[in-house]
Design a protein around this ligand. Sequence first.
Ligand SMILES: [Zn+2]
Length: 248
Amino acid sequence: MDSKLDKIREVIRKAQNIVLVSGSGVIDETGLNGIRAEKIVYDVEEKYGYSGDEIVSSLFFSRQVDKFYDYYKNVILDESKKKPVTVYKAAAALEKEGKLSTIVTRMIYGSYQKAGCKNVVELYGSAEENRCPICGKIFDSDYIREAEGIPRCDVCGVPLRPGFTLFGELIDNGRLTKASNAVENAEVLIVAGISLNSATWANMLRYYGGNKMILINDREKTGDERADYRAYGNISEIFGYVTDFKDK
Ligand SMILES: [Zn+2]
């Protein structure tokens, strides 16, 4: 590895309070489609007659709940291309060491929690927390995947609400506040798989006033110069290296 990475490694080694902001580049590496399925936009259009963006909207959900759930099961929850990556385990190890205080992510798969992370703010909610609109009972992603047709509450019989925020709905204010507070108080901010120009993240990253923003991404993008340190390549490999992660 080159000296640039060793410099980043040094910054992380000395840090007491790291916050990780994890974006769509990490989801891509995991082989999952995400909510919007931007990587397979043509396949989605062909199969459903709508784009992922249109399907995961509150309007679409209220009008075509059957099609919405077909997309949820077969596109959002499609694990056929899923592969193990180290970034989640490396984050868990760093958290356990007491150095990583918060992970902020747009991912909805609970991947960080499944690897053992405790302090995760899922801005858009989670596919593991689908809810009955009447009794409030929570159902995980397996329940959605295995349901025949529209997944319904096993007590009330009504269609479930997806656990993640739909377009046209507001992001939960509590989560937003928690995330911006974490970013504001971060000593070192690691942003992984994120375009710094995207509206959601640009707003969030404004809260960071420090001078140790580390960007890790698969390739260079416009706006990257905002970061104080930059590294490009396989996100998991770089993250594992700079956090000194040893897989056991
Ligand atoms: Zn219910």
